[in-house]
Design a protein around this ligand. Structure first.
Ligand SMILES: Cc1ncc(COP(=O)(O)O)c(C=O)c1O
Length: 397
């Protein structure tokens, strides 16, 4: 049984803040400060370049990959960390398409995060005119998976609404027509149980700065199913994915298994922060996290609907159909979110009118939910959002 008071104590949250944006950027794990300082002073500072061997920096992408793999139901040795999520989306989709050379269609949906669609469009352009990205409504994905489809590229949990796709059903449908399934777990890893091996996912990618709490700019991860690991071409064939990087051959030979999905030099300082973040995950059971996340989200929905009738629920009402966030539509959502942030309740805003709140049981409890509802009720009820300073758009919303 997870002790959520213990996990909460592992984070450094500013006094007086209720942080409901862990679905965008997780907070600072307390231990990361000493761990990162240690990497700076004792490792980089003292060991200099010998740190790659002595401190095990070069092995970190695989070691961290396995620790994340445990949270997403991956087989050991099939997840690696590195680069950004957009890069990993590109790699995973390119590999899937290379494994289905006689097919030209990729299916995604219009609830997907735009970067995934941009990366797919760019990739398909380089592959040739005859490739096609079909973007359908989320509800239409299953029917769109026909025998001409090479791969589906789907984000399991919608970044705006929190709506959750049925990963098992869509993967099975893809396989039934000979297509492959590429899953983006940006809003799933650390948010809910994922069973990549169980559903037979072919590829998966995700980020570590949201629910996993790895810090701003923390590296992404990629998973390749064992059956593809030694056949999938990495597409971005960087030297650290080479079978023998330090042989400095002029010809590229992909490394064994998931190692080939490495590209370039790993971000050691950022990985050290991620290591501390994953230590907290060692204290948590994902089933407990899911149960509490649903309870917290349900409590928030009930509280907001009772106190703020002008806000319209934009997330599924049924807990099993959501990720770990709740979104409400409100015409003045941007200003209302700024007014909330000014009062210590931090969520975020997604155009055109979505107020987004993430619920992360590792450090958010029922008291936080009730307090956030009370502040939101004040902001909406007394129109506190209607002030010029809350209407100025920041670059990051
Ligand atoms: C679902 C999804 N895919 C891709 C991205 C892009 O990630 P990155 O900026 O790390 O490349 C995000 C970022 O939030 C995301 O939510």
């Amino acid at each position: 049984m997870t002790d959520f008071a213990d996990t909460k104590a592992m984070f450094d949250l500013p006094e007086g803040v209720i942080y409901l944006d862990g679905n965008s950027l997780g907070p600072l794990p307390r231990a990361a400060k000493a761990r990162v300082a240690g990497v700076l002073t004792e490792e980089w500072g003292e060991m200099l370049i010998t740190g790659w061997n002595k401190a095990g920096w070069m092995a970190m992408p695989m070691a961290l990959g396995d620790r994340i793999g445990r949270l997403i139901g991956a087989e050991p040795g099939h997840t690696v960390v590195g680069d950004t999520l957009s890069i990993k989306v590109y790699q995973a989709l390119a590999a899937a398409l290379a494994l289905r050379p006689d097919r030209r269609v990729v299916i995604s949906d219009n609830g997907n995060f735009p970067s995934d669609l941009y990366m797919a469009t760019g990739l398909l352009k380089t592959l040739g005119e005859d490739y096609e990205l079909r973007v359908v409504d989320p509800e239409a994905v299953e029917a769109a998976i026909t025998e001409e489809v090479a791969a589906i590229m789907i984000t399991e949990v919608d970044y705006r609404s929190g709506r959750k796709h049925d990963m098992a059903a869509l993967t099975a449908r893809a396989h039934s027509v000979g297509a492959l399934a590429v899953w983006d777990l940006a809003h799933s890893a650390g948010a809910l149980p994922v069973d990549l091996a169980g559903v037979g996912a072919d590829f998966a990618v995700g980020c570590t700065y949201k629910y996993l709490n790895g810090g701003p700019g923390a590296p992404a991860f990629i998973y390749v199913a064992p059956k593809h690991a030694d056949h999938a071409p990495p597409a971005l064939s960087g030297w650290l994915g080479h079978a023998a990087p330090f042989a400095f051959d002029l010809d590229y030979r992909p490394g064994a298994g998931i190692e080939r999905m490495r590209v370039g030099t790993p971000p050691v300082i950022q990985m050290a922060a991620l290591e501390s973040a994953l230590d907290v995950w060692d204290m948590a059971d994902m089933a407990d996290v899911r149960a509490k996340s649903i309870a917290l989200c349900d409590r928030f929905i009930a509280g907001v609907e009772a106190a703020c009738p002008g806000l319209v629920l934009a997330s599924p009402r049924e807990g099993a159909e959501r990720g770990s966030q709740v979104s409400f539509r409100f015409e003045h959502g941007y200003a209302a979110m700024q007014a909330l942030i000014a009062r210590g309740v931090i969520g975020d805003f997604r155009a055109p009118d979505i107020m987004r709140f993430g619920f992360t049981p590792l450090y958010i409890n029922e008291g936080d939910v009730d307090a956030a509802v009370a502040v939101l009720a004040e902001v909406i009820g007394q129109k506190l959002w209607d002030a010029p300073e809350y209407k100025v758009r920041n670059a990051v919303t």
